[in-house]
Design a protein around this ligand. Structure first.
Ligand SMILES: Nc1ncnc2c1ncn2[C@@H]1O[C@H](COP(=O)(O)OP(=O)(O)OP(=O)(O)O)[C@@H](O)[C@H]1O
Ligand SMILES: [Mg+2]
Length: 407
């Protein structure tokens, strides 16, 4: 896990702003009415908090004791993950109608000492209370209690059996995902983000696209999670909103980090980073590697998609199954997402189209569409790549040391 950063300290509300119900002022760049972006003319449309107020009855409200019981008093044995917000537990809750088998859920518990706080919790509840797409994780409900024991904030999600894309790409203890399935997963993630950018009355900027936030269900169907940093996009014809930069090191767009100008193209940049993680099986920042390889984007620049040595960067675990043509196209797509000038980056709609094309072409090559977890063996390609790495003085088996990124 790579932690979120806050370049300016005023990211969190003070305690006196804390409310037990998920309410938050809508932060807009101007006081003007929100406008739809489609027709050029500005017509008013509802903000996320307004939509939330209309829709939030869809969410269940849990008591602290219900969630304590659901997780066996937050047993360490049921802990399935940990992020900047707090710990995530597997739990069982009663079905809504009280009948039938318990429902397995994931319960995220806010660590009040943590870097992320109430504001993110409110954003998560409001955005996920309103958003609805097959590629976004479902929020089942929440718990908010302010008592003698302090503030308690919890979130209850549908349980995603196969954890995150990050786990499968970088954790050596978890089987990897084959090339074709990687493409299917990233296409689903792209469709989730396309919905945020273009499928709603309001434009939503996700701000935290990274492999650990792409969760996988029992069929490896991808869903975006963590909307604590999401915010509404600019109004009318404005290109960006101005905000204190928050996000995750290694994924945030350079212009956003430098100027605080946030746009949907900032998300597209982060998407480009994940595309390279997918191709290489390396994290955006690998602290245990030699200095020249520590930053993924700097390293891959030496092996451009149209260059002779491109195959050097391919994840050794997929080397006997990937399509070189498809991999080059994905790397070119990643490069365009990573364009320095945000205007030159594609829209998520264009990204989806390209991914669909690449997948279609790969299908004509004919492999099964379901996810098969396989370990690849060495092919000629990998041997050539290893020789190349050796020449550069890099031992191939030093390339994928699992590291706990805690800073
Ligand atoms: N709904 C869920 N179902 C199953 N596992 C989940 C679910 N949500 C989160 N997890 C697991 O918990 C881990 C931690 O998630 P969390 O979102 O708290 O942190 P993160 O995304 O790794 O980091 P950050 O807090 O910086 O965004 C995930 O990587 C995943 O393995
Ligand atoms: Mg997450």
């Amino acid at each position: 896990m790579i932690k979120c950063f806050a370049i300016f300290k005023n990211k969190f509300k003070s305690k006196r702003d804390v409310r037990s119900a998920p309410e938050r002022r809508n932060h807009q760049t101007s006081g003007a009415k929100r406008g739809t972006r489609s027709a050029g003319s500005i017509s008013s449309s509802k903000s996320i908090p307004e939509m939330y107020r209309e829709k939030h009855h869809n969410l269940r409200v849990f008591s602290p004791s219900e969630l304590k019981e659901a997780t066996n008093n937050f047993s360490r044995l049921l802990k399935i993950g940990e992020g900047g917000f707090g710990s995530v537990y597997k739990g069982r809750i009663r079905p809504l109608d009280g009948h039938g088998d318990p429902v397995i859920v994931a319960i995220k518990k806010l660590n009040t000492q943590g870097l992320q706080g109430h504001k993110q919790w409110v954003a998560e509840v409001q955005f996920l209370g309103v958003l609805d797409h097959p590629n976004l994780v479902k929020l089942i409900g929440y718990c908010a209690a302010d008592g003698e024991r302090g503030i308690q904030r919890l979130l209850v999600y549908e349980y995603m059996q196969n954890k995150s894309l990050e786990d499968h790409l970088f954790n050596r203890a978890v089987p990897t995902i084959p090339w074709k399935s990687r493409l299917q997963i990233i296409l689903g993630a792209a469709q989730g983000m396309e919905y945020l950018h273009e499928g709603l009355e309001v434009q939503v900027i996700y701000r935290d696209f990274k492999s650990s936030n792409v969760l996988l269900d029992k069929d490896f169907h991808p869903k975006l999670s963590d909307f604590g940093l999401a915010r509404e996009g600019p109004e009318g014809n404005l290109s960006h909103v101005s905000t204190a930069p928050v996000g995750t090191y290694g994924y945030a767009a350079p212009e956003y980090v430098e100027t605080g100008h946030l746009s949907t193209k900032s998300d597209v940049y982060s998407f480009g980073v994940v595309l390279y993680e997918l191709i290489t099986g390396r994290r955006t920042i690998e602290r245990n590697l030699p200095a020249m390889e520590r930053k993924l984007l700097d390293w891959v620049k030496q092996f451009p998609p149209d260059g002779r040595n491109f195959s050097v960067i391919i994840d050794p675990r997929i080397r006997n199954q990937y399509s070189p043509t498809a991999a080059r196209r994905i790397a070119s797509l990643a490069d365009s997402c990573l364009s320095k000038n945000a205007n030159n980056r594609p829209t998520m709609n264009q990204v989806v189209e390209i991914l669909q094309e690449v997948l279609q072409d790969s299908s004509q090559g004919g492999t099964s569409s379901g996810v098969r977890i396989v370990e690849s063996s060495k092919s000629d390609d990998i041997i050539a790549a290893e020789e190349h790495l050796n020449k550069m003085g890099v031992r191939p088996n030093t390339r994928h040391i699992p590291i706990a990124q805690k800073s």
